[in-house]
Design a binder for this molecule. Structure first.
Ligand SMILES: [Fe+2]
Ligand SMILES: [Fe+2]
Length: 184
């Protein structure tokens, strides 16, 4: 796919029309994050640096991924904490996921800096094993994180969040993206 500027689009932009269904929007973001992980793994192993792919990763890590973490930390998780029953035993999972967000955010910052340096001089990632290890570690951890959220968090959210909660979450997601009308 090519963007308006003629540059190849490696990860499609979010479908803002889905904001009215916030849990589906978050699930679609996870699908985009899997593409991000695929790109990161490709860059980590490719004998030549694809600057377009590296720039797509730098942009995603610096914007979309951060927004997604905030959507969960400030939107989805607090709503779910309020609605979950003790038998859901979800507190420990939230603690673990939030810890992973913090770790991934730090690692994402390191990866952005490293890739920006490599783009500047055209060095392929495998020439720097320490950077390669960080990229592969990030992708592996992020994939595991998404599996947990798709298979545990989102099904519980569908079962426990009220219609009002979902409208509230939809509004938060829209506002964070500069859309101030009611998405429903
Ligand atoms: Fe998350
Ligand atoms: Fe997530």
């Amino acid at each position: 796919m090519a963007s308006a500027e003629g540059r190849e689009t490696h990860i499609e932009p979010p479908d803002l029309a889905m904001l009215g269904k916030p849990l589906e929007f978050i699930r679609a973001d996870h699908h985009r994050q899997r593409k991000l992980c695929g790109l990161i793994e490709e860059l980590a192993r490719a004998p030549r640096l694809d600057a377009g792919k590296a720039e797509a990763v730098i942009a995603y890590l610096g914007h979309d991924l951060i927004l997604h973490f905030i959507d969960e930390e400030e939107g989805l998780f607090p709503l779910l904490r309020r609605r979950c029953l003790p038998e859901d035993e979800i507190d420990a999972i939230f603690g673990m996921l939030s810890g992973e967000h913090a770790d991934e955010r730090r690692l994402a910052g390191d990866i952005r800096d490293a890739l920006a340096g490599l783009v500047a001089d055209g060095t392929p990632v495998p020439e720097l094993p320490e950077v390669q290890e960080k990229l592969l570690r990030f992708a592996k951890r992020e994939r595991r994180h998404i599996v947990l959220e798709d298979n545990i968090i989102l099904p519980i959210a569908r079962a426990r969040l009220t219609e009002h909660d979902q409208t509230d979450l939809a509004r938060q997601l829209a506002t964070r993206r500069g859309i101030h009308t009611n998405p429903r």
